[in-house]
Design a protein around this ligand. Structure first.
Ligand SMILES: O=C(O)C1=C[C@@H](OP(=O)(O)O)[C@@H](O)[C@H](O)C1
Ligand SMILES: C=C(OP(=O)(O)O)C(=O)O
Length: 453
């Protein structure tokens, strides 16, 4: 489950053009939510295209521990739910592995049911802040006993008599918003979440799809989301769109690798997720949305990315941060190949992901010959231009899949190879990353695979 065994060093080397079609897996955020809402519905939800990354598999195990039936038959995941308020008390510790989304949404989902559960994760997750979740859950009447700073492992005791909550999120976080909404499901009356900056809205869309009464309104305080408690959720048939956060890797690799032309089909382009692609276009990337359409209530398109030798550094608007929060590491890689400076403000949240992503990228990029400056909530990459990034370093990934994948993308276009100390965590979100990238022609793999090279 949570420990992925021994570190597996990986290396990437300068590659000839990437070509072909990249079929990236299902969306991680939507996959977690499909399992959790399926477990809270009455009857059988069927999910196709579920991401089978470790983060989501850990959420599937957790839903079983709370009493839902979750199994894969053929290509379809079947979730038989227990109804809102029907979670059973788990007999074991709930291990959410590397997944912030998993643990925070599940804590929300159980907080208004009178049961207790103990949550833990891997070395990365157990360092991440949980008070942002337990503070609002206490307002519903739950109790939380964690390590200092509210960190995992943590015991959560669900409210005996839950009351609805009105909560303004102090940080821009879809995980906090979603935890409050999921807790609100089993509280009588109206739960309200107010977010100053809009974050990904998959929970709201999916709750409405399952039959909850939920509305969102933009006003002077920001986005106000109102949920009526204690609905009966109706099971759904869900087709999970492909993950834009995973698509980012083959797209960015194609932009910086000479001779590339890659098609990444069927990518979810929910506006609360698509900020990276607009940013790349503003930098001068040859990136086109082909065949835009709507599927399952979400905008979808095929992304076509071609080698882009004339990228320019830009100012990334701070208000775009939430819509591309997981994509800054790989954006900073592209920025290294642009002409001029890329400034990325308003990104404090990057410091509390699987690693401190500003620090991890700054240290690794500097080791690869790129100038990076950073403050608490901003960072700047000085582009060196195409063909002028030295590389040649071994980079620490700190149990962070996105840091590992970002540096492997960097090495496809640097003068000397780039090694990452551990590619194991890539399996949390993008288990087929290595074969998919190799299939496009990327020269990457285990660092010790061919010591003669
Ligand atoms: O709700 C979600 O599915 C997610 C929200 C984001 O985290 P925050 O809510 O902490 O910003 C994001 O970084 C994470 O990968 C997935
Ligand atoms: C931040 C991420 O995930 P989580 O918070 O679910 O661990 C991510 O996938 O980049």
């Amino acid at each position: 489950m949570s420990s992925h065994g021994e570190a597996r060093a990986m290396v990437s080397r300068k590659s000839a053009g990437l070509r072909g079609q990249a079929e990236v897996p299902g969306d991680k955020s939507i996959s977690h939510r499909a399992l959790i809402l399926g477990a809270l519905a009455v009857g059988e939800t069927r999910v196709s295209g579920l991401l089978e990354g470790q983060d989501v598999l850990d959420t599937a195990s957790a839903m079983r521990a709370f009493g839902a039936e979750v199994e894969k038959r053929g290509d379809v995941w079947h979730v038989t739910g227990v109804g809102v308020g029907g979670f059973a008390e788990p007999a074991q510790v709930i291990d959410c592995g590397n997944s912030g989304t998993g643990v925070r949404l599940i804590m929300g989902a159980m907080a208004t049911t009178p049961i207790s559960a103990t949550f833990t994760g891997d070395a990365s997750l157990n360092k991440r802040p949980m008070a942002r979740i337990t503070d609002p859950l206490r307002q519903f009447g739950a109790h939380a006993y964690g390590r200092s700073g509210g960190r995992l492992p943590l015991v959560l005791v669900g409210a005996e008599q839950a009351m609805p909550v009105r909560y303004a999120t102090p940080v821009p976080s879809a995980q906090v918003k979603s935890a409050v909404l999921l807790a609100g499901l089993n509280a009588p009356g109206e739960t309200v979440v107010i977010e100053r900056e809009a974050t990904r809205d998959h929970s709201e869309r999916m709750l409405a799809g399952f039959g909850a009464v939920i509305s969102s309104e933009d006003g002077p305080e920001g986005r106000v989301i109102t949920l009526q408690g204690q609905p009966e959720l109706r099971p759904q048939v869900i087709a999970v769109p492909r993950d834009p956060s995973s698509a980012a890797f083959p797209v960015c690799a194609a932009l910086i690798t000479e001779g590339s032309d890659v098609l990444v089909p069927n990518i979810g382009l929910n506006p609360t997720r698509a900020g990276l692609f607009f940013t790349l276009q503003e930098m001068g990337a040859d990136l086109v949305f082909e065949n835009p359409r709507e599927e399952g209530g979400e905008p979808v398109a095929d992304l076509r990315a071609r080698f882009s030798p004339n990228l320019r550094g830009i100012e990334v608007p701070a208000e775009r941060a939430a819509s591309m929060i997981d994509e800054y590491p790989v954006l900073s890689v592209v920025a290294a190949f642009a002409e001029g400076r890329t400034h990325m403000p308003g990104v404090k949240e990057l410091r509390v992901k699987e690693s401190d992503r500003i620090e991890a990228m700054a240290v690794g990029l500097r080791a690869c010959g790129v100038t990076v400056e950073a403050g608490e909530d901003w960072w700047t990459v000085e582009g060196r231009g195409f063909g002028a990034v030295p590389g040649g370093a071994t980079v620490a990934t700190h149990l962070d899949h996105r840091i590992a994948m970002s540096f492997l993308v960097l090495g496809l276009a640097t003068e000397a190879p780039v090694t990452v100390d551990d590619g194991g965590p890539i399996a949390t979100s993008f288990p087929v990353f290595e074969p998919l990238m190799r299939g496009l022609g990327a020269d990457l793999g285990a660092a010790d695979a061919d010591p003669a090279r």
